[in-house]
Design a protein around this ligand. Structure first.
Ligand SMILES: Nc1ncnc2c1ncn2[C@@H]1O[C@H](COP(=O)(O)OP(=O)(O)O)[C@@H](O)[C@H]1O
Ligand SMILES: [Mg+2]
Length: 254
């Protein structure tokens, strides 16, 4: 199968007032259509930078980056993004928030509204379409943000620490939900997380990044079925994979 996303020899250096910051170094990475990939790495290693390059929000300094065989352009509209904070517009209801990526471009059609309603149904938010964001819990807001990221049927769903601000139980149930959304929509997903267990729970393949400048130091194929439940957290193979990843982040004291 040919890759949907291809990054080759990707470099990123930010020029700042106080000198250059080398954020990414020699990143090679392919993602197949429909695949779920997670990227883990220490804080400041360039994960968000990598996601911004995929989203066309940031240029790279060297190497190549393509989606669907075309170089990634600034302002690439063919991605959906989910951030740590839901960033919903407080004065708009949930339905209007979900429709935002479309309504920024054109007047939403009845088909668009159907699509938004279907996504809200899929995430159990059907009864909340007319509510404002502050009337929803943090987990529900984040589910609405996922609907918004998918409403224009992007070829790539990018998530940057999407559940980092939520409590552990909400996070677990959202992980189950994201697994279902990914299976039902067939979307290609890239998740950035510093939760190793979240990466193993959700991804089919995990890339481990080094400290800055971020390089890929390990690639792990996760052997579990596509459909996953929280029982997996107690599986010995799950524990073996998380500890393999954790060894990359162990601090050695002299
Ligand atoms: N716009 C920017 N200008 C200058 N430096 C930046 C910018 N964005 C990120 N950086 C730097 O690049 C490095 C990687 O940042 P980032 O990609 O946000 O890391 P992560 O998401 O892994 O925590 C950090 O040292 C950060 O300070
Ligand atoms: Mg980040």
């Amino acid at each position: 199968m040919s890759a949907l996303v291809e990054l080759s020899g990707l470099e990123k250096t930010y020029a700042t007032r106080t000198g250059d910051v080398h954020a990414l170094s020699a990143v090679d990475l392919d993602i197949s259509k429909g695949e779920f990939v997670a990227i883990v790495g220490p804080s400041g290693c360039g994960k968000t930078t990598l996601l911004k390059i995929l989203a066309g929000l940031e240029d790279h300094t060297a190497g190549t980056a393509s989606i669907g065989g075309h170089p990634i352009r600034t302002g690439n509209g063919d991605v959906g993004m989910v951030f740590q904070k839901a960033t919903l517009l407080p004065w708009q209801d949930i339905a209007a928030n979900v429709l935002l990526p479309l309504s920024l471009r054109r007047r939403p059609t009845s088909q668009d509204r159907e699509k938004a309603a279907a996504l809200l149904r899929m995430t159990d938010l059907e009864g909340f379409a007319r509510k404002r964001p502050h009337e929803l819990s943090g987990g529900m807001q984040q589910r609405a943000a996922i609907c918004r990221a998918l409403v224009h049927k992007p070829s790539l769903l990018l998530m940057d620490e999407p559940f980092g601000a939520l409590d552990a139980m909400t996070r677990d149930s959202l992980n189950v939900e994201v697994n279902r959304i990914w299976r039902e929509t067939g979307t290609t997903a890239v998740l950035i997380t510093h939760s190793i267990s979240e990466a193993v729970f959700l991804a089919e393949r995990i890339f481990v990044m080094s400290a800055r400048p971020g390089r890929i130091v390990d690639e792990i194929t996760v052997p579990f079925d596509r459909e996953r439940s929280l029982d997996l957290l107690g599986d010995p193979e799950f524990a073996a994979l998380t500890s393999r990843i954790r060894t990359h982040f162990e601090v050695t004291h002299a």
